[in-house]
Design a protein around this ligand. Structure first.
Ligand code: K2U
Ligand code: ZN
Length: 173
């Protein structure tokens, strides 16, 4: 298992549409393992393959975020939202690719998602609460959408400029 480097915004790879996974392979299983390890170490409750520079439609989640809760790691291949509730909810979102920046994002409160599991079976599940927010945030990553894309342009530009400054400072070491 390897902890992988998480790409930081702005990065063109975070704006690309990821490619559907053709088949579940041992290599894909290894990637899912590495993504879960990377997510837990961050720490985070979700991670999408493009965030570790792999342009494939694969996300991992574990929103059972209380430390004493038993981990509930999920691996979703080619996830698709197949139903959204009328009801909407607002969550103060962050992103492992945009560290230290948070902003309120409104999304459908409940979503039904269909995906391919590591066992090759098609699965379908309804998510609510933090799981609903997280799965929509991760599927957005597969389509090159970041939570800051939902903000007003001025606020988005301010965050992008601060991230460019952070990346310049990191490059200087
Ligand atoms: O995709 C990512 O960057 C991981 C995100 C997932 C996420 C964002 C907003 C709301 C829910 C999930 C987070 O950075 S993981 C960090 C975190 C931890 C607890 C609660 C919310 C976010
Ligand atoms: Zn994110």
């Amino acid at each position: 298992m390897t902890v992988k480097n998480i790409l930081l915004h702005p990065d063109p790879r975070l704006k690309k549409v990821a490619t559907p996974v053709a088949s579940v392979s041992d290599e894909l299983r290894r990637l899912a393992d590495d993504m879960l390890e990377t997510m837990y170490q961050a720490p985070g409750i979700g991670l999408a393959a493009p965030q570790v520079a792999v342009m494939e439609r694969l996300i991992v989640m574990d929103c059972a975020k209380d430390d004493d809760a038993t981990p509930e790691p999920m691996v979703l291949i080619n996830p698709e939202v197949v139903w959204t509730s009328e009801e909407r909810s607002v969550y103060d979102e962050g992103c492992l690719s945009i560290p230290e920046h948070y902003a309120e994002v409104e999304r459908p409160a409940e979503v039904e998602v269909s995906w391919l599991g590591l066992d090759g079976q098609v699965k379908r599940e309804r998510f609510d609460g933090l799981w609903a927010t997280c799965v929509q945030h991760e599927i957005d990553h597969l389509d090159g959408t970041l939570f800051i894309d939902y903000l007003k342009p001025l606020k988005r530009q301010m965050i992008t400029r601060k991230m460019q400054k952070l990346k310049r400072e990191m490059a200087r070491g």
